[in-house]
Design a protein around this ligand. Structure first.
Ligand code: HEC
Ligand code: HEC
Length: 302
């Protein structure tokens, strides 16, 4: 063995580097495929269904997970969702035990939303905007889960896209793409400004469309909300949400609030097409204080 090694020093160095590389890769893979443990959940949390409903609306879950036919009001999944390079069918997230998430534990749901990780260890395709939902507070996720579990179960099996190798690569992408922690209020800003920031950043996932991405699809954090590409129509651009008042798009926070609340109905045409229509419809159903908070936060972005 020893004589063999000295005879092929280059070969052995290459083998050693490859082995070390494989070990580091496997280590990273394991690290980013390990679900959060149940111990991160608060033990004394009593689910607040009304708050869960607000998170559901702000999160726009129904826009992607809407069912077909009689299940049109419920997130039974199965409708095609356009993504760059193809289509996906978002799954059934009603509490049906066989075809939905009825058998999930709260920690399974928290892992899906904060880590993009499914119960079987699957890495979710980020068309499911968990890179934003991961900013959400665990308590809000528990309320959202309780709300989902309170909806009528719909039996509707949705086949998952086979994407094996891609899903492996996602483990590494997620390591770069996921936020480092959940949202923390910014000191010195009002409670409502922070509420707006939270709703925009986390559940609202506004950055997924309104922030530019680099070549490996990571959000450019230095150009936050400065305008991006539409996920379904990569050629269509999404406008910037910075300087909305300075650029004369809206008079003030009140005007922006009206635009988000009433959209086309009050003549705000710029909120109607290209995916924003559904977002605006969801936003209009938020409690007024929350929508005003969103407007307050947005007009503060220069
Ligand atoms: C932009 C579209 C989109 C939005 C908005 C969206 N989802 Fe999804 N969601 C998806 C897609 C696509 C998948 C499947 C990903 C995959 O197969 O890898 C998914 C998967 C899931 C899963 C995993 C289910 C399973 O059976 O493994 C859960 C849970 C989920 N979403 C919950 C939610 C909740 C809750 C919301 C709202 C807060 C939401 N989603 C909003 C597109 C979306
Ligand atoms: C699915 C992609 C998508 C998401 C998610 C999204 N938007 Fe948009 N948004 C658009 C598009 C596309 C337009 C341009 C619509 C048009 O021109 O008709 C737009 C326009 C807007 C405008 C009008 C800008 C102007 O110059 O008048 C505002 C305000 C806005 N979005 C706010 C939000 C907020 C707040 C959120 C998060 C709650 C959000 N958007 C999430 C795609 C998106």
């Amino acid at each position: 063995m020893h004589r063999h090694m000295t005879r092929h020093p280059v070969l052995w160095s290459v083998v050693t580097v490859l082995l070390l590389g494989a070990m580091v890769t496997a280590g990273f893979y394991m690290k980013f495929s390990t679900p959060l443990p149940e111990s991160i959940l608060p033990t004394d949390h009593r689910p607040d269904l009304e708050n869960g409903r607000v998170m559901y609306i702000a999160g726009g879950c129904i826009s992607c997970h809407r069912g077909r036919g009689a299940a049109v009001e419920w997130p039974a999944g199965g409708r095609p969702l356009k993504i760059p390079g193809g289509t996906l069918a978002p799954p059934n997230i009603t509490p049906d035990p066989e075809t939905g998430i009825g058998k999930w534990r709260p920690i399974d749901f928290v892992n899906a939303m904060k880590r993009g990780l499914g119960p079987g260890g699957i890495h979710y395709i980020p068309a499911f905007p968990y890179t934003s939902y991961a900013w959400m507070r665990t308590e809000d996720l528990l309320d959202l889960f309780a709300y989902l579990q309170s909806l009528p179960p719909v039996n509707n099996r949705v086949e998952r896209k086979p994407f094996t190798l891609g899903r492996l690569a996602l483990a590494f992408w997620k390591w770069m793409a996921l936020p480092p922690r959940e949202f923390r209020p910014v000191p010195g800003r009002s409670e409502s400004w922070n509420r707006g920031a939270y709703l925009v950043l986390g559940p609202g996932h506004c950055a997924e469309c309104h922030t530019p991405r680099n070549t490996i699809m990571l959000l450019n954090r230095s150009r936050w909300l400065a305008g991006g590409r539409h996920p379904a129509e990569p050629k269509a651009s999404v406008p910037s949400l910075r300087g909305l008042v300075r650029r004369g798009r809206y008079k003030d926070a009140e005007d922006l609030y009206n635009a988000l609340k009433y959209g086309e109905a009050m003549g705000y045409e710029d909120l109607s097409s290209g995916g924003m229509g559904e977002v605006q419809e969801n936003l209009s159903r938020l409690p007024d204080a929350d929508l005003k908070a969103i407007a307050e936060y947005l007009v503060s972005l220069e």
